[in-house]
Structure formats: structure tokens, C-alpha cells
Design a protein. Structure first.
Length: 94
């Protein structure tokens, strides 16, 4: 699993979460704009990314990585994902 993190924090942290068959690379075009605006941006590659995992499994993975590698908490983090169900599941775990 790979992760990326930037530390130019004038804003709250943002965790970018890719969709099915995606990767953190999907955000490469928006990353410079977010950094220019002062956002503290984090991303990760979910495993598996093929839709075979349950939302609960993915949410646990994201919550664990968010706290362990990025030191994020729900009070200070914006989550960006295309999966509304996953977002709700993650929010309850952070």
C-alpha cells in the first residue's frame, strides 16, 4: 500500500480517497491546486481497489491509516471520496 502526504498546512487536512479500480494517482491534477490554496493533503491507495472488499473493511483501513500515518482526527479532517456510503462509515470510526 502506498500513501502520500504534504505538509503546507494553512487549512485543515484533506484525505483524498480514490474509487473502484483507482489509486491516489487519480488526484495528481488537483494536488497542485490544493497545495497552492494551502491545504494539507493526504492520499492513500486502498487494498484491494477492485470492489471486492466490504465498505466496513475499507473504512477500517482508512481510519487506521488516517490516525497512524497522518495523525488525523474527525474534528480537523475533510474526507473526499466518490463513495457516500464509505464516507459515512469512516466518519463513525474516526
Amino acid at each position: 500500500m502506498s500513501i502520500f502526504s504534504t505538509r503546507l498546512a494553512r487549512q485543515n487536512p484533506v484525505l483524498l480517497i480514490h474509487g473502484i479500480d483507482g489509486s491516489a494517482c487519480a488526484f495528481r491534477r488537483m494536488l497542485p491546486d490544493l497545495l497552492e490554496l494551502g491545504w494539507n493533503v493526504h492520499g492513500l491507495n486502498l487494498v484491494p481497489n477492485d470492489g471486492s472488499a466490504t465498505l466496513e473493511f475499507l473504512a477500517e483501513q482508512i481510519a487506521h491509516l488516517s490516525l497512524k500515518h497522518f495523525h488525523l482526527s474527525k474534528r480537523s479532517t475533510s474526507l473526499a471520496t466518490a463513495w457516500a456510503e464509505l464516507l459515512a462509515s469512516i466518519t463513525f470510526r474516526l
